[in-house]
Design a protein around this ligand. Structure first.
Ligand code: ADP
Ligand code: MG
Length: 726
């Protein structure tokens, strides 16, 4: 660990972000107590806060429109001067403020606000303002209602920055602009700006210099110059986040004692050779990535993203087999008992022919032993399994999360695969370490079927390495997806269910999602179940599954469906994860507009698992598909268009923004002022790469003290923890 550089004796050096952070805004000319307060209201306390208070947008005065050139209905930005402001009450008693303005050619424009009497104070006659809105023509007069208005003072530059401001704070955009300008000018005329990025990386990425970028983001010569500046500063933000994450990742690796597994050998060959099908290219690539990690003496922390049906189980078992090959044990954890049992069956089938060396036996070998441990395991059985586990007689243990918790002790746990777990936190890692008496940390692979865009994963799961299974095994029949928009189209869905059942197939019906109320959701599911049984699906054998059933009841229903004793399973989203009944070919999702893209995609993944062609109906009668429900409509359209989970994840990110990935609190503290995980995908990947280059094996930035200092200044230790945890 380096400590913060000593500031004494380097007061001729260029200024770092830490230096700027140490200067209160009050050092600037003209900033007295009153302005200090006003700035504080905008969250600006130091000069660093000020120079990173970036313009919200820019007005390019070389391209500004004239009022007389605008067509009615057109959205545009115009620069006008206020001539007169009046406020009167409407008949309903609301304040109506009318601002009469003229543009540079003398064409007048009326601007109207309702219920915003404070506009009178904001817009005194004579002020120059930028107005962005839609032009209407009312009784022959040009006007805009409730446009966005920014005062620009007497700024003369060609491109005028508009700063985020608050009317309460009483600071105008040009006052902020003047302060920024002064801060930058003073810094430049004395010590200049430190650029912490190694010059050779800056050149390779063709990034602007730090000082140049700061200048151009606040006072660009052209919009192109502003874009270049933005790219540099956004990169810096993303790099700081990645540096923090990569440092943490390497420190964890460095501190822990891992296992250098023997990744090639007869066991793996026998396993791969015994598969009834060739690996997909993606499986081959990912198993190779994992083998490299396993062979290193550091514990692996890898995330495997793969769509439903991409063949993650096989990758998981290959990982565990590699651990067993070197004489270690493996564990596979699933989130639910049903899934654990399903995995138990699948894993046993995959390793059925394998044997491991056993000096104690006559033949010198014994079958590879797989055991299943869940809460349902009887106590005698449990004792037997735990005994064998501690002695090393069990090679692979499959079960729920409880595997690594309750007094379960392995002889030599070498690798753990965790299925469908979104977050694998620091505590679980500690729990894993405790599984082995000697404190050796097993390698960990986390699998998820809810893909998020790769670059987002680099931040959200930033201390993990990410592998992607982006290829489905051949021979799948694609699922047809239909958006049933009205009652007629919905009737088709029910007809399809009846037809398919008549042919011996089965169907799922997912009942409306009721947010925040389990109880209402259950009653809605019960009502749907009753109605379908009497009307649309009368005569078919229906089963009902929801979260409030006792687990024995749930099992009974699932078993009956699996055995084909039920035709249709009516269920809440409890069937979302992992349920596998290849004979089911129809999925009907009611009120599909209430579900998110990822959830719909998961639900749809319950069909299309066998050799029969499957259909998914998204039932959503939208009342306002162009307006209020436009986003819901886009989600449904995306699902109809694509069955690719990664493509859908990209659409989801576009529609919902990155808040959904990081969580609001986390987002507020992650220092991404300019950068966006959504718009700057390419830069995220570049920043990750650069961070991997700059952080050393021990997880420090010792060779790059300026960057080290900057990460600490801007993110702080607490925030780094935050990035990793939530
Ligand atoms: P996931 O867990 O990723 O949803 P699974 O591991 O359950 O997917 O695999 C889905 C199905 O695909 C299984 O029936 C599995 O046997 C089959 N499968 C896996 N890999 C291949 C492959 N390379 N070729 C053909 N089928 C495969
Ligand atoms: Mg799976």
């Amino acid at each position: 660990m380096t400590s913060a550089p000593d500031t004494a004796g380097r007061d001729q050096e260029p200024l770092t972000l830490r230096d700027f952070a140490a200067m209160p805004a009050g050092v600037l000319r003209g900033v007295g107590p009153k302005k200090t307060d006003a700035l504080a209201q905008l969250g600006i306390e130091s000069v660093l806060d000020l120079i990173t208070h970036y313009p919200r947008r820019y007005v390019d005065r070389t391209r500004e429109a004239l009022v007389s050139e605008l067509q009615p209905g057109e959205q545009a930005t115009v620069v006008v001067k206020v001539e007169q402001v009046t406020t009167r009450r409407t008949k309903r008693g609301q304040a109506m403020t009318t601002v009469r303005c003229v543009d540079g050619r003398g064409t007048s424009l009326g601007v109207t606000f309702f219920g915003q009497a404070w506009r009178e104070r904001q817009l005194p006659p004579g002020s120059l303002v930028v107005v962005y809105g839609k032009l209407d023509v009312f009784r022959g007069a040009r006007q805009m209602t409730s446009p966005i208005v920014d005062l620009i003072g007497d700024r003369t530059g060609r491109i005028v920055p508009i700063y985020p401001q608050s009317d309460k704070a009483g600071l105008s955009t040009w006052e902020i602009g003047d302060l920024v300008e002064e801060a930058l000018r003073r810094a430049e005329s004395r010590r200049g700006f430190a650029d912490p990025l190694p010059a050779q990386i800056r050149q390779r990425l063709e990034l602007a210099g730090r000082g140049e970028a700061l200048r151009a983001i606040h006072a660009p010569e052209s919009m192109a110059a502003m874009q270049l500046a933005r790219r540099r500063l956004a990169f810096d933000e993303l790099l700081r986040v990645q540096l923090a994450l990569v440092q943490r990742k390497r420190q964890l690796e460095h501190a822990a004692q891992g296992i250098a597994h023997q990744t090639s050998g007869p066991l793996l060959e026998a396993f791969l050779g015994g598969l009834p099908f060739p690996l997909t290219g993606a499986q081959q690539r990912v198993i190779e990535e994992i083998a490299v990690d396993l062979a290193r003496p550091l514990p692996m922390h890898r995330l495997l993203q793969g769509d439903v049906g991409a063949g993650k189980t096989l990758v998981a078992v290959a990982t565990l087999v590699m651990a067993v090959q070197g004489g270690h044990q493996g564990a596979l954890m699933a989130p639910t008992e049903v899934l654990a049992e399903q995995h138990g069956v699948g894993v046993r089938r995959l390793v059925a022919e394998l044997t491991v060396p056993d000096p104690a036996s006559l033949l010198g070998e014994r079958p590879l032993r797989v055991e299943l441990l869940t809460h349902r395991t009887g106590s005698a059985e449990r004792r037997r399994i735990l005994g064998a586990l501690a002695e090393g007689g069990v090679d692979l243990l499959v079960g729920t999360h409880a595997l690594i918790q309750e007094g379960v002790e392995f002889a030599r746990l070498g690798a753990v695969v965790i299925d469908e777990q979104h977050r694998f936190g620091v505590e679980q890692r500690a729990a894993l370490r405790d599984r082995n008496r000697d404190g050796v940390v097993p390698d960990v692979l986390v699998m998820t079927a809810t893909p998020i865009p790769r670059t987002a994963a680099m931040t959200v799961y930033g201390d993990l390495d990410v592998s992607v299974l982006d290829e489905l095994p051949p021979g799948r029949t694609p699922i047809d997806t239909v958006w049933a928009r009205d009652v007629v189209e919905e009737a088709e869905a029910w007809a399809t269910v009846r037809d398919q059942v008549a042919e011996g197939r089965q169907a799922y019906v997912v009942t409306p999602l009721v947010e925040d109320s389990d109880k209402l959701e259950v009653s809605s599911a019960e009502a749907t179940f009753a109605r379908l049984g009497e009307e649309e699906l009368a005569g078919l054998r229906l089963g009902l599954l929801h979260g409030r059933l006792a687990s024995s009841e749930k099992d009974a229903v699932m078993e009956a469906f699996r055995r084909g004793e039920l035709d249709v399973l009516v269920a809440t989203t409890v069937i979302e994860v992992g349920v596998d009944v290849p004979n089911a070919t129809v999925m009907v999702i009611l009120d599909a507009d209430r579900f998110g893209i990822a959830q719909l995609h998961q639900l749809r993944g319950r069909v299309g698992r066998g050799r029969h062609r499957s259909t998914c109906f998204l039932v959503a009668h939208l009342e306002d598909p162009e307006g209020a429900q436009a986003v819901a409509g886009e989600r449904l359209t995306a699902l109809v268009r694509s069955t690719d989970g990664f493509e859908l994840a990209e659409v989801d990110l576009d529609l919902r923004g990155e808040g959904t990935l990081m969580g609001e609190r986390q987002k507020g503290r992650n220092d991404l002022k300019l950068a966006s995980l959504r718009r700057d995908r390419e830069l995220v990947a570049v920043a990750r790469q650069v961070a991997l280059e700059l952080v050393d094996d021990r997880g420090t930035l010792q060779a790059h003290p300026l960057l080290d200092d900057e990460v600490r200044t801007v993110l702080g230790e607490a925030d780094t923890d935050f990035l990793l945890k939530s």
